[in-house]
Design a protein around this ligand. Structure first.
Ligand code: DP6
Length: 334
């Protein structure tokens, strides 16, 4: 029914990272990426259609607070996407939007992938339109948050790079039910990162290691894809870690350089390596930030939390795992 809709969309963690944008108008990446959609870290967004042309209204509910008009910075990212979706719909309407995250903003988790996936799907649903997962992925991608293109799908998701109808949207590689992997996040930095992903994407091609990584990526992504299909953790782990280190190698050697890590990041990485030597099925990956996502099997989750939770620089742990993707719900925020 047209009028109002609420969508929950999850965050995702990339095993093969999107790092470097070749076309900002269409948010097209230089390289393909592959991620696991999460389930506990999500954004809930309600959209109400106002049948009048005029200005859109955006509200945000922070943890433990009531719903309030969104900040200037927040609105500046949301309003252009609403304008884009209105143009796509070809309708003279306005939107009232309310949104909240399941995780505190200060937890250092990326919220734009889940945020723009939820916003896109809630607008589409409130307008009473039907779209395929592929169309939703393209619409979410155009928000400028490329990783949102992957958050509209559940399970393990690949976003190819390049032009053409097959390349511009994400596709599911395997469902959530195929392999129950967990993500224990060691939170080391609570405040927002100093250098945005956008700046990172812009600086990436200035690194001397940017081109070599592009040449390695096809094989690396195939190794990850095959390891997921075969549920082969021992094949997945070294490749996921190699890729995470490469992203930070490129960031640190960009001009000007970007250092996302904190001393605690290295401590967690060393603990993960030790655990793996002891036979615990775990590997580490980091997005554009200091926090470490520890990907592990269900049997290993408790040991990982026990050991890494004792590291003094780790302020908290978030327990997450592979999820089914977005869903429409009846608990509206408006
Ligand atoms: C390192 O441009 O999608 O997480 O600005 O948070 O929307 P936001 O990020 P985006 O870049 C994501 C970069 C990454 C790797 C990845 O998720 O593929």
């Amino acid at each position: 029914m047209r009028g109002k809709a609420t969508v929950i969309a999850p965050a995702n963690i990339a095993f093969i990272k999107y790092w470097g944008t070749q076309d900002w108008d269409r948010t097209l990446p230089f390289n393909p990426s592959l991620s696991m959609t999460l389930r506990e870290c999500f954004t809930r967004t309600s959209v109400e259609i106002l049948d009048r042309a005029g200005s859109d209204e955006v509200f945000f509910k922070a943890h433990g607070r009531s719903m309030e008009p969104a900040s200037e910075a927040f609105s500046q990212r949301v309003l252009p996407h609403l304008a884009r979706l209105r143009k796509w719909a070809g309708e003279e309407v306005s939107f009232r939007v309310a949104t909240e995250n399941s995780f505190p903003m200060g937890a250092g988790m990326a919220s734009s992938a889940s945020g723009f996936a939820a916003l896109t799907l809630a607008v589409v649903a409130a307008l009473g339109r039907q779209v395929t997962g592929e169309e939703a992925s393209v619409l979410a991608r155009l928000s400028g948050s490329g990783s949102a293109a992957r958050s509209v799908l559940g399970g393990y998701v690949k976003w190819p790079a390049g032009e053409g109808p097959e390349e511009e949207h994400a596709v599911q590689v395997a469902s959530a039910g195929h392999w129950d992997l967990r993500d224990v996040v060691a939170v080391l930095q609570e405040q927002a990162k100093e250098v945005s992903s956008r700046e990172g994407h812009e600086r990436a091609p200035t690194s001397p290691y940017f081109e070599p990584r592009q040449r390695l990526l096809h094989d690396r992504l195939e190794r990850v894809r095959k390891a997921i299909l075969a549920r082969d953790f021992s094949a997945l782990a070294p490749t996921v870690e190699e890729e995470a280190i490469d992203l930070h190698l490129i960031a640190m050697s960009s001009s000007p350089p970007i250092f996302y890590w904190r001393p605690g990041t290295l401590e967690v990485l060393a603990a993960v390596r030790r655990l793996r030597q002891e036979g615990v099925e775990v590997c580490a990956t980091m997005d554009a930030g200091a926090n470490v996502h520890m990907i592990c099997t269900p049997d290993s989750e408790a040991a990982v939390a026990e050991v890494v939770g004792r590291i003094p620089d780790v302020s908290s742990l978030i327990h997450d795992g592979v999820g089914q993707g977005p869903m429409t719900v009846d608990e509206h925020l408006l």
